[in-house]
Design a protein around this ligand. Structure first.
Ligand code: SF4
Length: 380
């Protein structure tokens, strides 16, 4: 006999459950209670109701490759382990030939998306960014290029001595298909000042988002949690994103990203727990009633947590991912390549009784005929 929802969510959350059941918007106070209640199962149960209402058992994934084109950066964010520094990672910037070579490493994989972000490297000229995108499109014709956070976009505009709108228009003409989100971490002036004061602030980040929306350039959103932010700041971040989505209708997906303190200036902070990861996914699903998709990024919160997250509100498990270098550095796991094959990803999803759906970057379903590449490589 099915268990009554009231028995799962308990008396303390029953009013929120009724709102969720009726499809009503949750308030700031509701968000705070979802973060504070010890009843994680109840929060997850409600998030799963919303997830299944939208997507049933479907779980999306994408065949993608990440390219982090430079780790030279002049922003010195305290939470970042990626940028080159004394005693840390060696500096690099990829030539276009290196990018070509990186793409050719996976010539046998039917990749549909190339995801590129990097540091804020003042040595790279405007033309480099345009050529970077053109190179990807030349090597992998038809691939979707998701590239550059809002911080990079403002730097590119600065290099081009032009407006953000003009830079975006030029990048779109070169082949840019969407913006990956990121760059603001959490929309809080306090955290901005304390952790990443040299980067753009929340208002500037929103202006880039609005400019992208005006040009029809789809984008994604993220939230970095588990550092110095308060619960109030997490909920405020979600509500600010919700308001921006009401205004622009331009965000495809929201991805809560777990902070990893290893090799950062915040090494004294504990790594996020499974509770934080699952709750982060579930509260995001419940608060962002105008976002179609919530993603669990397995690289940051591990494959096992991602499997559980598919029952806590997430309907997307990201992609295979190749050479992701933002979070971990060589030596952490003996190998910096963090890769799943297509069959690994399908297994990860099916093991928890969800239905894997390969998608493109705009969530169109991809039907594959076995052994027939979708996008042939134009190199070698
Ligand atoms: S998070 Fe980005 S902008 Fe900040 S230091 Fe790292 S690479 Fe630079």
């Amino acid at each position: 006999m099915p268990v009554a929802p009231e028995r799962i969510v308990g008396q303390d959350l029953i009013d929120i459950y009724r709102k969720v059941d009726a499809g009503q918007r949750l308030s700031f106070e509701d968000g705070m209670r979802l973060y504070q209640t010890p009843n994680l199962t109840g929060v997850g149960y409600m998030a799963n109701l919303v997830r299944e209402r939208r997507h049933g058992k479907k779980t999306y994934f994408v065949a993608n490759q990440h390219i982090n084109y430079t780790n030279i950066c002049n922003k010195f964010c305290k939470f970042c382990s990626f940028y080159a520094k004394k005693g840390g990672p060696e500096p690099y910037e990829m030539s276009l030939d290196t990018v070509r070579e990186r793409l050719s490493w996976h010539r046998d994989v039917d990749i549909t998306e190339v995801h590129m972000v990097g540091g804020i490297n003042p040595r790279l000229p405007y033309q480099y960014y345009l050529d970077l995108i053109k190179t990807v499109k030349e090597v992998r014709p038809g691939v979707h290029v998701k590239a550059f956070t809002a911080v990079e976009i403002t730097e590119i505009a600065r290099q081009g001595k032009c407006t953000v709108e003009q830079a975006l228009a030029d990048l779109i003409e070169a082949g840019l298909d969407s913006l990956p989100g990121g760059g603001i971490e959490i929309l809080s002036d306090r955290v901005h000042q304390e952790l990443f004061g040299k980067k753009l602030n929340g208002d500037e980040w929103k202006e880039v988002a609005r400019a992208a929306a005006k040009l029809g350039l789809r984008q994604y959103a993220t939230m970095l949690y588990g550092h110095i932010e308060t619960l109030e700041e997490r909920v405020s971040h979600l509500i600010q994103l919700r308001e921006l989505q009401d205004e622009t209708q331009n965000f495809l997906t929201m991805t809560p990203l777990a902070f990893h303190p290893e090799k950062t200036e915040l090494e004294h902070i504990a790594t996020p727990t499974g509770d934080m990861d699952l709750r982060g996914i579930a509260v995001t699903r419940l608060m962002l009633d105008n976002f179609e998709h919530v993603k669990s990024f397995w690289i940051m919160n591990t494959a096992p947590i991602t499997q559980q997250a598919l029952w806590y509100g997430a309907d997307d498990a990201d992609g295979f991912v190749h050479e992701y270098e933002i979070t971990y550095n060589e030596g952490d796991f003996g190998n910096k390549k963090q890769v799943l094959t297509r069959s690994n990803m399908v297994k990860l999803i099916e093991e928890v009784d969800r239905i894997p759906i390969e998608r493109d970057s705009l969530y169109e379903e991809i039907k594959r005929e076995p052994k027939k590449p979708l996008i042939p490589l134009a190199v070698g």
